[in-house]
Design a protein around this ligand. Structure first.
Ligand code: CDP
Length: 568
């Protein structure tokens, strides 16, 4: 029997279990994991016989049943069904012609319909007010096209299962950058978009040196306007503080780590930022549940290694059985074979190890752990390459000729917004959000109540007045001011807003150091956070080689609800 928490069951019933003709769930969670295991292991037939297929079906089933590893939502929802699209992440091109813009919009709608998210860089579009020779009119500019994409996403409710998520990027030297930076201002604007400014090292150097900054026409490369770089920077910081957007994407850092630089630049990511991709690339994700990877108060390195090996094989198999939205996406995905193995339950692992989140010890373990996951993932991908061959673009990659790998990227830290609820653990590498809280369901406004299991266990073991402690925790969501609890316990159970933004960023950077793709992390800010805090964090993120950064201030104007997976 698969053992699941109440919240997990509710989420599964709503959106993941296959429905019968009556419309109610026809599938048990155990049957879901079987369907997925069998559907993914079918890929093994290409290299082995029925025995391999059966063995891997069992291995895949077993890790999912134990909630030790889960693939991204589209794989859970769609494997073995007519939908068949298993990836969460796509990037599509936006070229400066009406025909191509609307062709991309159509592709995005079809991806959303089956539970995937899309990222775009709009910087190739001519600026607002530029002449349009075919019509004799004037261009409406990138932000106005983003609004069309946003409206389309709102209508395609991702097959009734998810609301459409997008990442919209505009580079800092685009003439419309100021309009873009404040595009989220005002109620309901671009609700289905996370937006980020594409930042180059040259821009950061201009900001540090107080130099002027040219805005350049994307087609003829003429300087349209010159701004004070510091002024533009302050606009970014101010809007991020007020609305949580824009985030930043560090294009040169991404490029310096691009595994296939010979194929072209990467200028966009998927919606939550964890996967930088070239146009038409897709990536499927999976996450190891770290709360299941401890043994007797220490990290279970052996169990972790075994799980990594199964997970990498699983994700490589997904590429084989996946049904792609169009032939271009299929072609480049096959040629680069990017996958993204990440983690969830990091905060719960730290609690099990007795290490508070905001300590150097935690950050050092983050690096060590991700280094291990990275090395073992590569080892598994290498073994697969020996049998299945390296990814077809391998000869054009940074790995040629010394390291034949099956996959151009192996690791990525996703937000795990929904799969962490299914696994009943803390999401991604985030600290506990609260010790007790309600999540609002994205589709029907139902609320799911959660009390942290480890905190409850601690209380039942050590305290007589559990109810009065819980009452106070229900009110505030934290235990920081409950003086009847020992100080080390209050430190261990600190929640996201009690942890300073610098510590949030330190964890992001530690994980990023050993992640091929990128890290999706929300840097929580207290409501009282100032302009300077965001200014420093955004600069620190660039200096420490993060690939991007997003902040979230707990404020009435900001995004209030911890929703299932996507900010905004
Ligand atoms: O937990 P789950 O697998 O549902 O997703 P996640 O880890 O929270 O998000 C992973 C990726 O799925 C995001 O970066 C998006 O690319 C995509 N996603 C989406 O398109 N729409 C959503 N509502 C949630 C996630």
């Amino acid at each position: 029997m698969v053992k699941l928490a109440d919240n997990a069951l509710m989420v599964l019933k709503e959106r993941y279990l296959q429905k019968g003709t009556s419309g109610s769930a026809d599938e048990t969670p155990e049957e879901l994991f079987r369907r997925v295991a069998r559907g993914i292991a079918a890929a093994e037939r290409k290299w082995g016989g029925e025995k391999e297929v059966n063995n891997w079906t069992e291995s895949f089933f077993e890790v999912m049943k134990r909630l030790a590893f889960l693939p991204n939502s589209p794989t859970l929802m769609n494997t073995g069904t007519v939908a068949g699209q298993l990836s969460a992440c796509f990037v599509l091109p936006v070229v400066d012609s009406l025909e191509s813009i609307f062709s991309t919009l159509k592709q995005a709608a079809l991806i959303h319909q089956k539970g995937g998210g899309t990222g775009f860089n709009f910087s190739q579009l001519r600026p607002k007010g530029d002449p349009v020779y075919t019509s004799g009119g004037y261009a409406s500019g990138p932000v106005s096209f983003m609004k069309i994409f946003d409206a389309a996403s709102a209508h395609v409710k991702q097959g009734g299962k998810r609301s459409g998520a997008n990442m919209g990027i505009l580079n800092a030297d685009h003439p419309d950058i100021e309009e873009f930076i404040s595009a989220k201002k005002g109620l309901g604007n671009l609700q289905n978009f996370n937006i980020s400014v594409g930042i180059t090292d040259a821009f950061m150097k201009a900001v540090y040196g107080n130099a002027p900054w040219d805005l350049i026409h994307p087609n003829n490369r003429k300087v349209i306007k010159t701004l004070e770089s510091g002024n533009l920077w302050n606009q970014i910081v101010e809007n991020a503080l007020l609305y949580g957007d824009p985030g930043l994407i560090f294009l040169d850092t991404i490029h310096s780590k691009n595994p296939t630089p010979g194929l072209g630049k990467i200028n966009a990511t998927n919606p939550c930022g964890e996967v930088p991709l070239m146009p038409y690339e897709s990536c499927n994700l999976g996450s190891i549940n770290l709360s299941k990877m401890t043994i007797g108060g220490s990290v279970d390195w052996f169990g972790l290694e075994k799980t990594i090996d199964i997970a990498i094989r699983f994700l490589d198999d997904v590429i084989e059985v996946n049904q792609y939205p169009n032939p271009k996406i299929r072609k480049i995905t096959y040629r680069n074979r990017k996958i993204g193995l990440g983690v969830m339950g990091w905060a719960e692992m730290l609690i099990k190890l007795g290490i508070p989140y905001d300590t150097q010890e935690a950050v050092e373990l983050a690096s060590r752990l991700m280094h291990f996951i990275q090395e073992k993932s590569k080892a598994s991908s290498r073994s697969l390459a020996m049998i299945r061959g390296p990814f077809p673009n391998w000869e054009k990659s940074i790995y040629y000729p010394n390291e034949p790998l099956r996959n151009a990227t192996c690791t990525s830290i996703a937000p795990t917004g929904t799969i962490s609820v299914i696994a009943d653990t803390s999401s991604s590498i985030e600290p506990l959000f609260a010790l007790a809280y309600q999540r609002m369901h994205v589709l029907n406004d139902d609320t799911l109540t959660t009390v942290n299991r480890q905190f409850l266990d601690y209380l039942y073991e050590h305290h007589h007045d559990v109810n009065s402690i819980l009452e106070s925790v229900f009110e505030k969501g934290t235990c920081d001011d409950i003086t009847s609890l020992p100080t080390p316990i209050r430190s261990l159970f600190k929640t996201a807003l009690e942890i300073s933004p610098e510590w949030h960023l330190k964890h992001q950077v530690a994980f990023q150091r050993y992640t091929d793709n990128a890290v999706s992390k929300t840097i929580n800010l207290p409501e009282s956070a100032s302009h300077n805090v965001v200014d420093e964090l955004y600069k620190m993120a660039w200096e420490h080689k993060a690939k991007g950064i997003t902040v979230f201030r707990n404020s009435p104007k900001g995004k209030k609800v911890l929703n299932l997976g996507v900010k905004g």
